[in-house]
Design a protein around this ligand. Structure first.
Ligand code: ADP
Ligand code: ZN
Length: 291
């Protein structure tokens, strides 16, 4: 019988759960709204109960505790999301299914999926940045998702402000960090409430947006020197951003270190909305092999 793996991409608005075989053929996939933990996790468990899984990969919204020495390893920690603060996500599943688990952030899951099967295929390292309602970043180094005391929070890189930008930033913690200045809601607030997808492609708003995303790419280049920087999320569907980001990156880095050719270095996602789930399956397979 085929070996089956589980995957959960846990987001603030929905949970995507899926089961696949070793070749990543999807057997079943569902989407569950993110309600209170008891309701949502009840549905997650009944979905997976139908299968005999050998391992599971979970990529969750955060912040989450991924420090295996910590007493709250496997928890969602300081989220403002009602009911989920200090919730033992991994423990709840472990109590139900005694199998190996990969546990990481939503963006690390997507970064891993893109590295193995998507825009960074063939590379050993990449950074994945999602630019949507918030900004998050996942990092793969030496083919492993990066985890230290905690996980990266690239969305909160502190930014140097664009000289023409009068918008103060909307991050409740830092005001003018990357997320505070360049998330979808930040773009919209700067433009007086116009939806990001309704702003014309030649509007100055995209130059300002590109300046911040390029600045993040410079910071990532000088700290991590990845082989690829991959952009996902709703805002990065604005394809005109990519040449603008690359131009601004060139100016801001100012030739300090060599990088891959920019058209291959700063790129859009290849797996779209599947990156996270694919990453989860691959991480689950790694966990099973480790055992
Ligand atoms: P989420 O981050 O909530 O999972 P998205 O990645 O779609 O979902 O991000 C939503 C944000 O991205 C909103 O601010 C929305 O206005 C913006 N957005 C979504 N699609 C586009 C688009 N095609 N162009 C520009 N902005 C978009
Ligand atoms: Zn911030």
């Amino acid at each position: 019988m085929a070996k089956l793996y589980g995957a959960i991409e846990a987001g603030g608005t929905k949970f995507v759960c899926a089961v696949a075989d070793e070749e990543l053929n999807i057997v079943e996939r569902i989407s569950i709204p993110t309600e209170l933990p008891a309701e949502t996790m009840g549905k997650v468990i009944s979905f997976f109960e139908k299968y005999q899984l050998v391992a599971m990969g979970i990529a969750s919204f955060g912040p989450i505790d991924i420090n295996s020495n910590s007493a709250t390893y496997g928890y969602i920690t300081n989220t403002p999301k009602v009911g989920w603060k200090n919730y033992d996500f991994l423990g709840t599943l472990q109590a139900k299914f005694d199998i190996p688990y990969a546990w990481t952030t939503d963006v690390n899951g997507a970064a891993y999926g893109e590295l193995k099967k998507g825009a960074a295929k063939g590379a050993a390292s990449c950074v994945y940045l999602t630019v949507g309602t918030g900004i998050g970043g996942g990092v793969v180094v030496n083919r492993q998702v990066l985890a230290g005391y905690g996980h990266p929070e690239i969305g909160h890189l502190i930014m140097r402000r664009h000289p023409e930008d009068k918008f103060g930033g909307k991050c409740p913690f830092h005001k003018d960090c990357l997320e505070g200045l360049a998330s979808g809601p930040a773009i919209e607030q700067r433009q007086g409430g116009i939806k990001a997808y309704e702003i014309p492609q030649d509007n100055q708003a995209w130059k300002i947006e590109a300046y911040y995303l390029a600045q993040a790419c410079v910071d990532l280049t000088v700290t991590l020197a990845p082989e690829k920087i991959v952009f996902g999320g709703g805002v990065s569907k604005q394809k005109q951003l990519f040449p603008l980001i690359r131009d601004s990156f060139k100016t801001q880095l100012n030739g300090y270190v060599p990088t891959p050719p920019l058209a291959e270095y700063i790129v859009p996602v290849a797996l779209g909305d599947d990156a996270g789930i694919i990453g989860c399956f691959l991480l689950a397979q790694e966990k099973e092999r480790e055992r």
